[in-house]
Design a protein around this ligand. Structure first.
Ligand code: MF3
Ligand code: CO
Ligand code: CO
Length: 254
């Protein structure tokens, strides 16, 4: 079932989304070679809790009875696609670092991720990041009542494949707001004119994961971290998006 959110709910999700975005602003100041991902996670926790919110990933149980996620954000580096677990690893010059933050503020969820460049990143990584960022922008631009989910996926796929990159299939965007992961699933590839029609008041994430090489993934032994099967780079951007009467509003802005 796809929820249609009312004005009060939308305002609360907007506030939570703003906090999630501001958390990323805060952490972006700390991304220097030598800092560990565990230290970054502590800062994220402190910031979210300090704003009377809860990090949604901490203790989150995915499908299939896997181990609860042990941290307040996901940090995924280079060939890691998503769901990287913060720990003792230090950032290094040239790293492509994806950080994904989900806040629960007053019971409402905001979910956003960005890819950051640490120091001097090779040209391929810079291009991959920009293609991913642009694909999310193009996807949001097609959102309005009557748009189909396939139109959103197609907008992403068309752009990134034209740049020689590939769209990860195994993870999707999702309805969000009252719960962490609601219906519908939002594929980041697809056919124009296919899929569910979006309606005013729907809120979902669009969160393309784009690979430098093949879109195939592997899951690490920690049962969370997804990496590219070929070891090449991956990038991601994510926004929580509201369908309005005549377009879309990004709810994860600072
Ligand atoms: N924030 C991720 C998403 O965009 C989900 C992370 S779940 C976790 O849907 F358990 F890995 F943290
Ligand atoms: Co999400
Ligand atoms: Co997320």
């Amino acid at each position: 079932m796809i929820y249609i959110k009312n004005a009060q709910q939308i305002e609360k999700i907007r506030l939570s989304g703003r906090l999630a975005s501001r958390t990323l602003d805060m952490i972006s100041e700390h991304l220097k070679p030598g800092v560990t991902t565990g230290e970054l996670d502590k800062l994220v926790n402190k910031y979210i809790v300090g704003h009377d919110a809860v990090p949604a990933t901490l203790g989150y149980k995915g499908r299939g009875g896997s181990v609860p996620f042990p941290a307040s954000c996901c940090i995924s580096i280079n060939e890691e696609i998503v769901h990287g677990i913060p720990g003792p690893r230090a950032l290094a010059d040239g790293d492509l670092v994806k950080i994904d933050v989900t806040t629960i503020l007053d019971g409402f969820y905001g979910d956003t991720a960005r890819t950051f460049l640490v120091g001097d990143v090779p040209e391929a990584g810079v291009r991959l990041r920009e293609a991913t960022r642009k694909s999310l922008e193009l996807a949001i631009a097609v959102v309005r009542p009557g748009t189909r989910l396939g139109d959103i996926g197609a907008a992403i796929q068309r752009h990134v494949e034209s740049q020689g990159f590939s769209v990860v299939r195994d993870f999707v965007g999702h309805g969000v707001g009252l719960q962490f992961h609601e219906d519908p699933s939002v594929n980041h590839y697809g056919s124009p004119g296919k899929g569910v029609k979006v309606k005013s008041g729907m809120i979902f994430t669009i969160e393309p994961m784009i690979n430098e090489g093949s879109y195939k993934i592997k899951l690490l032994d920690d049962n969370w971290t997804a990496v590219t099967a070929d070891g090449k780079l991956s990038a991601q951007f994510e926004h929580t998006v509201l369908v309005t009467a005549d377009g879309a509003e990004i709810l994860t802005l600072s």
